[in-house]
Write a protein that binds this ligand. Sequence first.
Ligand SMILES: Cc1cc2nc3c(=O)[nH]c(=O)nc-3n(C[C@H](O)[C@H](O)[C@H](O)COP(=O)(O)OP(=O)(O)OC[C@H]3O[C@@H](n4cnc5c(N)ncnc54)[C@H](O)[C@@H]3O)c2cc1C
Ligand code: SF4
Length: 319
Amino acid sequence: MTRVADVDEALHARQAAPAQYVAGGTTLIDLMRQDVERPERVIAINRLALRTIDAAAGGGLVLGALATNSEVAHHPRVRSEYRVLSEAILSGATTQIRNMATTAGNLLQRTRCIYFRDPHAACNKREPGSGCPAITGFNRNLAVLGTSDHCIATNPSDQNVALTALEATIEVRSAAGSRTIPIDKFYLLPADTPQRETSLQPGELIVAVTLPPMSGWRSHYLKLRDRQSYEFALASAAVAVQLDGSTIAGVRIALGGVGTIPWRAPAAEAALRGKTASRDAFREAAEIALRDARPQSDNGFKIELAKRCLTQALLEVTA
Ligand SMILES: Cc1cc2nc3c(=O)[nH]c(=O)nc-3n(C[C@H](O)[C@H](O)[C@H](O)COP(=O)(O)OP(=O)(O)OC[C@H]3O[C@@H](n4cnc5c(N)ncnc54)[C@H](O)[C@@H]3O)c2cc1C
Ligand code: SF4
């Protein structure tokens, strides 16, 4: 393990030889113990000065890549202006894990598909071309949206569903310079390359996540799961709305637990804009959001669950 003190040193160490960054370690160390990930070398970045949460030019908020999930969730501006993010983070994992887990590490957490996490099983994501036993096997917790014949794994994160509804951008550094990736360009559908999960290039270091200003919006995260704590979503909804009286002037919807990536629902948003907030309008939007869903043998129940989750989240945020 190489410990680095600043961003340039981290990039230099990464350029010198293949390696993986480690931040809180709650995903990577777990997977190394299970022999699922086998990095030749790890670069510990947890001493980098990337832990601050600062106002962004133009009124948004910049979350340092190493700001912990707890620090973000409890930050006063996140609690008041980006409530969906605070609620999403607090619905996940445990206090201890959230105290270690970082904003960037959460962006890159891996699927909870049991075959991916079993190094003795075939898995196209872990060993490209080896097959996908989940399609004919245990798939109750896997995806119904964005799947392919090569992978049906769910993106398990709560944070990233909220960041998708907030239209966050991801700030990245590499030896070649800096770039900004909108979150809707960050996650890749599995298609026939499920081993490629994001548009991040080898060696790129996430340095921050920027939230745009959300003045005039209210937002909310609703997560449905098998038990009320320490459990991943079966279905979740991150919603943000701007109301003009009871008319929906603006709306953003992202779904979790059902997609291979955090799932934005633009057609459902378009159907709601200009409508009066009502249960019927929300249910109709939920039907639209899930209309392309393709169930597997054990997870068809997620389609109705996600519709109810989204309808309820919209009712609660507009109440
Ligand atoms: C028991 C358990 C329950 C959980 N429950 C939930 C839940 O309900 N909901 C939920 O959303 N999450 C849940 N999680 C996942 C948890 O949120 C993630 O493990 C955590 O956010 C990862 O952050 P980390 O800093 O520990 O990442 P690490 O393990 O340090 O890194 C994860 C990945 O990110 C890469 N990485 C880290 N930082 C950077 C960077 N700055 N630039 C580039 N690459 C980087 C690493 O190379 C690695 O590939 C759970 C985890 C556990 C162990
Ligand atoms: S669903 Fe994806 S992660 Fe799970 S076994 Fe199939 S290829 Fe692997």
